[in-house]
Design a protein around this ligand. Structure first.
Ligand code: PLP
Length: 428
């Protein structure tokens, strides 16, 4: 594969950008080789600086559920840009997106727009602390909630890819306020609740984990967390930055029938532009400034271009009820892969729900971070590179989720199936 231009760009980038990238996993550190510099996206495909084409299973790490350059989204952004790119005042577009979120997600009565998933989770935790007057939070090993200080303990995503337990720069005093439990282990949570329940501001969880690969919650896991937080009078925060507007109109909370106190959004809510949001019931949300005392702000929050892209994406999904079709497509695709893997007796395990899935390079089952860590990362790296050669772009890390988009046709998925099975045959 010719990647001369990507090589040249990466050399230039390394001189002026730490590690040559603006987000660690992009550097291909765990899969080897030069990160590909993309030049264009079109529907289900990405085109790199050397003109190579890839079927895109990363979808910009989740936001692009409609694929690249969806005409409805492009049109909305162009129209918004024609009116101005930022005003620093309230705009109708913010109200419209907030109304849409409130309409789609039943547990959300009010919503505050921010600029990223990291800001959303950071705001949710401050709000929970301010609302309850307590300091401690509980998170799960392998869950990733963005890169703010309170969450970088045993985090998933890039933190897991780099194999670091935490991050230098996070004050010990702050780390001490983050309690940890294994995902799906509600008994460990109950133990913490017995000893620290009256100090606990919130439990934050990805209702379906997507940052140690895809891991589904066990049958009663989320309902147990709901019951424990009711008992300790702590808030339950669902981080739906990945699952929000992906698994269903109402996200994972609708699929599993559990209402959290606060929900964090990101990715799809911005339709490919930088947006995050935190939402919840009025009583809690009204503790945020200026309605209440918990401070939170943002120069570009509610940016009109980003609001337009988010609204157009959600509206298009909703009007065409695309979740059912997309999920069915993903079910068919992963079922077929699972059957093929079974026939070949390969030591692989696929976790999937809706349009998100992960192929773990271990026999499985995979239900928490320590089981996910048994995945053979060297084999994943070989697999990733074999796929890339065939024009299929998977995440450059074994601990990420693969995303399908509505832009993928049956023919695209047939091409992907052939590429995946051939790649697996090459490496086993
Ligand atoms: N929460 C979850 C579940 C995520 O997957 C991510 C990012 O991948 C974040 C929070 C942080 O979002 P952002 O990268 O937009 O800051």
């Amino acid at each position: 594969m010719n990647q001369k231009n990507s090589d040249i760009l990466f050399e230039r980038a390394q001189k002026v950008i730490p590690g040559g990238v603006n987000s660690p996993v992009r550097a291909f550190g765990s899969v080897g080789g030069t990160p590909l510099f993309m030049e264009k996206g079109e529907g289900a495909y990405l085109y790199d600086a050397d003109g190579n084409r890839y079927l895109d299973f990363v979808s910009s790490w989740g936001p692009l559920i409609l694929g690249h350059r969806h005409p409805v989204v492009l049109e909305a952004v162009k129209k918004a840009a024609d009116r101005g790119t930022s005003f620093g005042t309230p705009t109708k577009a913010e109200v419209e997106l907030a109304e849409k979120v409130v309409q789609m997600v039943p547990s959300v009565e009010k919503v505050r727009m921010v600029n990223s998933g990291t800001e959303a989770t950071m705001t949710a935790v401050r709000l929970a602390r301010g609302f309850t007057g307590r300091d401690k939070i509980l998170k799960f090993e392998g869950c990733y909630h963005g890169h703010s200080d309170s969450f970088l303990m045993k985090a998933g995503s890039g933190v897991a890819t780099l194999g670091i337990p935490g991050s230098p720069g996070v004050p010990k005093s702050l780390a001490a306020d983050t309690l940890l439990a294994p995902y799906n282990d509600w008994k460990a949570v109950e133990k913490w609740a017995q000893t620290h329940g009256d100090e606990l501001a919130a439990i934050i969880v990805e209702p379906v984990a997507g940052n140690m690969g895809t891991i589904l919650p066990d049958a009663d896991f989320l309902s147990r967390l709901r019951a424990i937080t009711r008992k300790t009078k702590s808030l339950l925060i669902f981080d739906e930055v990945i699952t929000g507007f992906r698994l269903s109109e109402g996200g994972a909370q609708k699929v599993y029938g559990i209402e959290p106190d606060l929900t964090c959004f990101g990715k799809i809510i911005g339709g490919g532009l930088p947006v995050g949001a935190v939402g919840g019931r009025c009583e809690v949300m009204d503790a945020l400034a200026p309605a209440g005392p918990v401070y939170q702000a943002g120069t570009l929050s509610g940016n009109p271009l980003a609001m337009a892209a988010g609204w157009a994406t959600l509206d298009f999904l909703q009007k065409n009820d695309l979740w059912f079709q997309l999920n069915e497509k993903a079910n068919g695709f992963t079922d077929r892969l699972k059957r093929w893997i079974q026939t070949k007796e390969l030591p692989l395990c696929i976790n999937q729900i809706g349009s998100m899935f992960t192929i773990f390079f271990t026999k499985g089952p995979v239900g928490n971070f320590s089981e996910a860590s048994e995945t053979d990362t060297q084999k994943y790296s070989q697999f990733f590179n074999a796929l890339l050669e065939k024009g299929v772009y998977f995440p450059p890390s074994a601990y990420e989720t693969v995303f399908l988009s509505t832009a993928m046709t049956q023919a695209d998925l047939e091409f992907a199936f052939e590429a995946i099975t051939q790649s697996l045959e090459e490496i086993y």
